[in-house]
Structures are given as structure tokens and as C-alpha cells.
Ligand binder design. Structure first.
Ligand code: BTN
Length: 258
């Protein structure tokens, strides 16, 4: 765990060329979950685009009630607040996955809905949450990117399925540069989505590991298997079911079966 890339808000915002994302950056040494901190700041609409980072989380969480564990200063743990986002959540989820995949590596891929995969192992995850404040919806994009983990840093049960940037690049990444790239990428893809949904879905298609493949999902506790034929920016993943028929699965209520 190198100490040279400790997160610093001034370093992250220096020369950051974004329209909106990361205009305000906060860094916590330790907090429960950056998504919880972000939820508080999201009560004020003026905090649109604010990014919260932490070196350590005591109650980091992932999708489907999973815990998200990382040793201090090993990962990039970030939550971005969107208080004025007009995109539907399905498209927003695609935007975030594309932005994170492009940040991580040129050969990173997306496993719908929110996993980022490098060389067949998970390197990053996204937890998209929404909060209703005064009848408007604020979104929180919670992102965890594995950076300085070695194989041994992962719990035994994750060693075969998780990886980090340092492991894959055989070098030590700089989390400040990574944070800048992440904020720039989110800013870019949000703007792209505002002007053209197709730009996002086209890019998503190129990065998807599931498109054209057999996928099993769990929806409302029930398993469905089929060929992934499409992504719909409003309704989610589209499967040609083995039992017949075509069905849509939305990111909020669907998980990929193990
Ligand atoms: C997943 O893969 O299940 C999503 C993991 C998301 C983890 C990030 S770390 C920053 C933010 N704070 C959290 O508690 N979770 C997200």
C-alpha cells in the first residue's frame, strides 16, 4: 500500500476539466460508507456533482446487501452526487458502468448491471442508489475500484474472482490520477447521455461481456436463462429466454446468477 498517493481534494481537483462532476471534492480518512455521507449532502440540490472519497469505510456496501471490504488506502472508494439528473436510472446505470470501465483500463469490460471485469476477474463495482428529497430524486453513484490489493489482500473466497489494477498492470497505480480520470469520465458520459442515448448504448455494447451470450439472471427470487440479445436504455437487459419469449430485466431488481 504506497503512501504517496493518499487522496487529497486539492490534488484531485487541480486542473480538473469537468463541466460539473468533482467541482466540489471531499476526502474522508474513515467513514461508514461514502454513499451514506453522499446521501446527507444530496439533501442540498447545490451539491450536484460533488464527489466524496474515503481512504477507508467501516460499513462499505455493495449490491444485493453484500458487504464491500477494503483495507485502508488500497482502493478508490467514491460516491458522486447527482441532484439534477434527468436520465432514467437504467440509462444512468449504463453511463456509470461505461465511465468506470474506461477509467480502469482500455481492456476492462462490463458485466451488467454494475460489475467491471478485467481479465475475467472483478476489478470494480458500482452501487447506484436514489434518495427522494422534497419530491425530487437525487442519485448517488457509489464506486469502488480495487487498486493496490495483492492476491493475498483478498479474502480466500474472492481470490479467484477478484483482482486489482496493480495486479493486472504489474505496476503501482496512482489513485490521484485515477480519481481525476474517473470524475472526467463520468462527466463526459453524463453529457454524452444528455445529447444522445445511442452514444452510451453503442459504447456499452462494445464493452459488454454478456451481449450475444447465455446469461442466467435472478429476478424476484426466480431464475431466468436466455441469450442476451440487447440492452434497452429504459428497460434494461433483454433476454431471449430458453423457455420462449423475450423479456426485459431492470438493474434495480435483477442480479446475475453465480
Ligand atoms: C458491488 O459490486 O456490489 C458494488 C460495490 C460498490 C462499492 C462502493 S465503495 C464506495 C461506495 N460506498 C459504499 O458503501 N459502496 C460504494
Amino acid at each position: 500500500m504506497p503512501k504517496t498517493d493518499l487522496l487529497d481534494p486539492d490534488k484531485i481537483t487541480a486542473n480538473l476539466k469537468t463541466r460539473c462532476i468533482g467541482k466540489k471534492v471531499l476526502v474522508y480518512n474513515s467513514t461508514s460508507s461514502t454513499n451514506d455521507v453522499a446521501a446527507e449532502y444530496a439533501k442540498n440540490k447545490k451539491n450536484n456533482g460533488m464527489a466524496i472519497f474515503a481512504e477507508h469505510q467501516t460499513k462499505g456496501r455493495g449490491r444485493a446487501d453484500n458487504k464491500w471490504f477494503s483495507r485502508p488506502a488500497d482502493s478508490l472508494l467514491c460516491s458522486v452526487i447527482l441532484t439534477r439528473c434527468k436520465l432514467n436510472p437504467e440509462l444512468l446505470s449504463l453511463v456509470c458502468a461505461v465511465a468506470v470501465a474506461e477509467t480502469v483500463a482500455s481492456n476492462a469490460r462490463i458485466k451488467w448491471p454494475n460489475d467491471i471485469i478485467l481479465n475475467e476477474k472483478k476489478i470494480a463495482g458500482i452501487l447506484l442508489e436514489s434518495k427522494i428529497n422534497n419530491r425530487t430524486t437525487a442519485y448517488i453513484l457509489g464506486i469502488g475500484i480495487n487498486c493496490h490489493q495483492t492476491r493475498k489482500s483478498f479474502p480466500a473466497e474472492l481470490r479467484k474472482i477478484a483482482t486489482s489494477i496493480d495486479i493486472e498492470s504489474k505496476a503501482t497505480c496512482d489513485r490521484i490520477s485515477l480519481a481525476k480520470r474517473l470524475l472526467t469520465s463520468i462527466d463526459h458520459w453524463l453529457e454524452a447521455a444528455r445529447t444522445s442515448t445511442r452514444k452510451v448504448t453503442n459504447r456499452w455494447r462494445k464493452l459488454s461481456i454478456q451481449l450475444g451470450h447465455r446469461v442466467t439472471v435472478v429476478f424476484n427470487g426466480k431464475k431466468f436463462t436466455g441469450n442476451c440479445i440487447r440492452i434497452d436504455p429504459q428497460k434494461g437487459l433483454v433476454l431471449q429466454l430458453e423457455t420462449g419469449g423475450v423479456r426485459f430485466f431492470d438493474a434495480a431488481h435483477t442480479t446475475i446468477a453465480k
